[in-house]
Design a protein. Structure first.
Length: 263
């Protein structure tokens, strides 16, 4: 029961959506650094290719670009088809692609709900549904397939910002993950990470202007670092996380407990 065997992901095949930058890149880098073969998919083909090339160079694992607009059903099917052609098994699916929208209640557009619920929830279901056969093949190797959905603390507690569609979509994603876990066990685990603030394009404006104030409000007095989210994904993808499913795990520096303490 040594640490290396408990948390080993060497040789695993992983798909990280939204892996071209931000949190997805942090997760992909963690897997590659520990010897996994990682496919990253995002709408920005250039960012996807550049990140894949850089992470492969860093090694010792491998990173491959699989650009796609995962808000579109047909693009999800294309990604699944490509993986079917290239791999006999998918060990880990990290559903990280997502979008946000902030606007005052009076002018909040209907289209924001359509866009965010489609990408943040519906297409997570689509990709998961279509990749279950490939994930299930892990059992032929004596392993358990893993699905990790990237949620948010805003799907647990209401946020201060007017991001109505985002918080609703993340709450829906958390519930979807729990529901899927009851159907996919024992062959596949399904868990969600409820993330606090991390440096990403989605958080850029907030952190550029309020990082010190936000960090000071947290028990840990800092925002999330790449290793914080990568380590959680490595745990849930390894032997050490094999008996964990149906959970929503805060990776938030204490954001949720700090919020509760102020209520």
């Amino acid at each position: 029961m040594d640490i290396q065997s408990l948390f080993d992901v060497k040789g695993k095949v992983v798909l990280v959506t939204g892996g071209g930058r931000g949190v997805g890149e942090m997760i992909a880098a963690g897997f590659v650094a520990n010897g996994a073969k990682v496919y990253i998919s995002s709408r920005d083909a250039k960012a996807c290719e550049e990140t894949a090339s850089r992470l492969t160079k860093d090694g010792p694992g491998q990173c491959l670009a699989l650009p796609a607009d995962l808000s579109k059903y047909e693009e999800c099917l294309r990604v699944v088809s490509e993986l079917d052609k290239r791999e006999k098994v998918l060990h880990v699916l990290v559903n990280n692609s997502g979008a946000t929208w902030g606007e005052e209640l009076a002018t909040y557009p209907d289209s924001a709900f359509t866009k965010l619920m489609t990408l943040n929830v519906q297409r997570v279901f689509t990709l998961t549904q279509k990749l279950v056969p490939l994930l299930s093949k892990a059992k032929e190797e004596g392993q358990v397939g893993r699905i990790i959905n990237i949620g948010s603390i805003n799907g647990v507690n209401p946020p201060g910002l007017e991001t109505y569609a985002y918080s609703a979509s993340k709450a829906a994603l958390h519930q979807l993950s729990k529901h899927l876990s009851t159907r996919l066990g024992p062959d596949i685990t399904v868990n969600t990470l409820a993330l606090g603030p991390f440096r990403s394009r989605m958080m850029k404006f907030t952190l550029d202007n309020f990082e010190s104030v936000l960090a000071e409000s947290l028990p840990m007095k800092r925002i999330g670092a790449p290793h914080d989210v990568a380590a959680a994904c490595l745990w849930l993808s390894s032997k050490g996380g094999e008996w964990v499913t149906g959970t929503v795990i805060p990776i938030d520096g204490g954001s949720l407990v700090a919020t509760q303490a102020k209520l």
